[in-house]
Design a protein around this ligand. Sequence first.
Ligand SMILES: NC(=O)c1ccc[n+]([C@@H]2O[C@H](COP(=O)([O-])OP(=O)(O)OC[C@H]3O[C@@H](n4cnc5c(N)ncnc54)[C@H](OP(=O)(O)O)[C@@H]3O)[C@@H](O)[C@H]2O)c1
Length: 295
Amino acid sequence: MNPLFTHPMGVGTWAWGDRLFWGYGRGYREEDLKQAFRESLEAGVSLFDTAEFYGFGLSETLLGRFMAQSGARPYLVTKFFPYPWRLSRKSLLQALRGSLRRLGVEAVDLYLLHWPWPPVPLRVWAEALAEAYERGLARGVGVSNCSLAQLAEAKAVLDRHGVPLLANQVEYSLLVRDWEAHLPTLRREGIALMAYSPLAMGWLTGKLDPRNPPKGYRGSKYRPHLGRLERLLPLLEELARAKGTSPGAIALRYLMEKGTLPIPGAKNPAQVRGNAEALRLSLGPEEMALLEGAS
Ligand SMILES: NC(=O)c1ccc[n+]([C@@H]2O[C@H](COP(=O)([O-])OP(=O)(O)OC[C@H]3O[C@@H](n4cnc5c(N)ncnc54)[C@H](OP(=O)(O)O)[C@@H]3O)[C@@H](O)[C@H]2O)c1
């Protein structure tokens, strides 16, 4: 069985050490992240999603440090970034060894191709992923940001090696539901959908005002969705009130009810605790239909 199906939720660590986009060092620091790490294990969330790209390695380094300090060994997902100067499959194995060093482990549980970008054809990276698996450097492999056709292409290569393709990590939230129609296909193939930006980068927590969007990427990326947010947020708030939780936890539970694995990013223990509330919730068919309608 795909081990990802045993993890209802993970923690995203893009913000761990990332100064450029998330502002690491201003408003949150290493101690907040260390507590977030501990809090998530206590809350029963034991999958961490990182990437060599996040904080240019610092996310992996911090995760490695917290594991060493605590003795905990959660399920680790990291990713290979196909920088344009990486042209051969050997570069994937080298990059993976760098990730293993920063994380302080001999193998990761899941190694993903971060983006299926040219110039190197996807099949070359899929061959390299198979090799990482065969060498025991990754206990599982998968892809991220792949279309259905790209997924099939990567799977065909891995199938030839007898290596299962465990995941496609894609953007999926109540605001971006493009993948929903394909969930039964993925399930049939035994592939987990890891849902990134499941809180729409914070919008679905209700903390940002659609009528006064923040400057920068968070504002511009979700500009086309602001009208729908004005309909959706009051419903999330109403359901959250009725269930004694937060809008964000409802938004995450929606993705879990769909059989996907959300990996909400968190910068401190309070955010981890809030997101983990989704584990104890349930949403009935009528509530799911209401959310689908409003989104
Ligand atoms: N494969 C890929 O290409 C890809 C792309 C993007 C992300 N990812 C992965 O997916 C993870 C999650 O995506 P994401 O970070 O883009 O977006 P997200 O999970 O939708 O939003 C995360 C942000 O929302 C805010 N937040 C989280 N929990 C909260 C809570 N309980 N209450 C209030 N605010 C809360 C925090 O930001 P503030 O405190 O600043 O508001 C946090 O950094 C990433 O960390 C990364 O691991 C992968």
